[in-house]
Design a protein around this ligand. Sequence first.
Ligand code: TYC
Length: 118
Amino acid sequence: MTQTLHHIPLTAAGPKIGNGDGDSNVALETRPKTKRPPLYKVLMLNDDYTPMEFVVHVLERFFGMNHAQAFEIMLTVHKKGVAVVGVFSHEIAETKVGQVMDFARRHQHPLQCTMEKE
Ligand code: TYC
């Protein structure tokens, strides 16, 4: 899927093809320029108050981890302060962050979840 055509000029240097109508050869730009949508990391932040079991539950419930994976990632956040818990499209990442923040708020825990462009 890697694209390797970035350095092929669409229009050669030299005299312009065209009729002087000011369109700058736009009609000759035929190669479709597709860009993959950016991906976003969802990050879980440590705090001193949210119970470890709650974070494990969040990782199981919203990020599809099994208990062992969830416990491991929770411990990474606890020790290092932050960890990536998933990588998603902008819309999915936004939804996950919202779900986690809402769930934490409803249980009165200060757990923080954010997203950043990869
Ligand atoms: N540091 C918390 C505690 O000792 C546990 C915790 C882990 C909180 C991960 C948030 O994202 C977090 N109870």
